[in-house]
Design a protein around this ligand. Structure first.
Ligand SMILES: Nc1ncnc2c1ncn2[C@@H]1O[C@H](COP(=O)(O)OP(=O)(O)OP(=O)(O)O)[C@@H](O)[C@H]1O
Length: 258
């Protein structure tokens, strides 16, 4: 089976700071991946690169066979233009820590807009799709509400519905529960669990809810200082690895969450 995403020796520096130091990673269709690792190890940067919010300093990212940042013109490779990026990015959805909803639009319109703007749906069809997705995340009674009138957990579920209406082949979740009050975390994780169980799309999850990530992940990556130091099933990475840096990370993590 061909991977849906391939990172080939990807590096990323911000000024003199070398954050990602040669990432090689294949993500397969429908695979659920959790990325764990210490603060500053580069977890968010890995997924921001895939969402084209950052550009690699070196290396290639291939999505569904297309090089994300390089396009071929007349047999020569050149830097991708916005049109190329848009066409490759259409398969990728992302949910952020801070919901990023449009405050002056109803939650239905928040979900309708990308379908109309990007997928060129007619408004009526877009509304039908948006309602279905809002129903799925448990917000069927909130179509006409505005983001300011929703709880953080509800806002995050709108953000998920808005990404899902685009029918992405891969969904990226970047610490989506970190900004929520503790009592609202469960409802958001519940939606992610439902997606992981029932949807075919690939999912990549960066989260501090480690037990949850381990529960739903087919594969866990331990990122340490910009390299993938461990990769395997949750059981292999968490219970069998003898990597001292991973042991140390887990010990500190357990202490801070107990
Ligand atoms: N736009 C940027 N400009 C400068 N430095 C950046 C930028 N984005 C990230 N960094 C730096 O890159 C490093 C990795 O950041 P990243 O957010 O990917 O880490 P992380 O593993 O997700 O951390 P955390 O768990 O704390 O969110 C950090 O040292 C961060 O300060």
């Amino acid at each position: 089976m061909e991977p849906i995403v391939k990172y080939d020796d990807v590096h990323k520096s911000f000024g003199d700071t070398h954050v990602l130091k040669g990432i090689n990673l294949d993500i397969y269709p429908s695979e659920k991946i959790a990325i764990i690792g210490p603060s500053g190890s580069g977890k968010t940067t890995i997924i921001r690169l895939l969402m084209t919010l950052e550009e690699p300093t070196d290396g290639d990212i291939i999505v569904a066979g297309e090089n994300l940042w390089k396009m071929e013109v007349g047999g020569k490779k050149k830097r991708a233009n916005e049109k190329h990026l848009r066409s490759v990015r259409k398969d990728i959805g992302m949910v952020f820590q801070h919901f990023n909803l449009f405050p002056h639009k109803t939650i239905l319109d928040n979900c309708v807009m990308p379908l109309v703007k990007v997928k060129k749906y007619k408004k009526k069809e877009a509304e039908e799709e948006a309602r279905k997705m809002l129903d799925r995340v448990g917000l069927g009674d909130k179509y006409d509400a505005y983001p300011a009138n929703l709880s953080g957990g509800q806002k995050q579920r709108v953000a998920m519905a808005r990404a899902l209406v685009m029918k992405p082949k891969i969904m990226l979740f970047d610490e989506v529960t970190s900004a929520l009050d503790p009592e609202l975390v469960g409802e958001v994780l519940g939606v992610i669990r439902d997606l992981a169980e029932h949807d075919e799309m690939a999912m990549v999850l960066v989260t501090h809810e480690m037990d949850f990530a381990l529960e739903i992940a087919d594969r866990v990556l331990f990122l340490d200082d910009g390299v993938i130091a461990e990769s395997g099933t949750a059981e292999e990475v968490i219970n069998q690895s003898e990597n001292p840096r991973l042991q140390d990370f887990l010990k500190r993590f357990r202490k801070s969450s107990s």
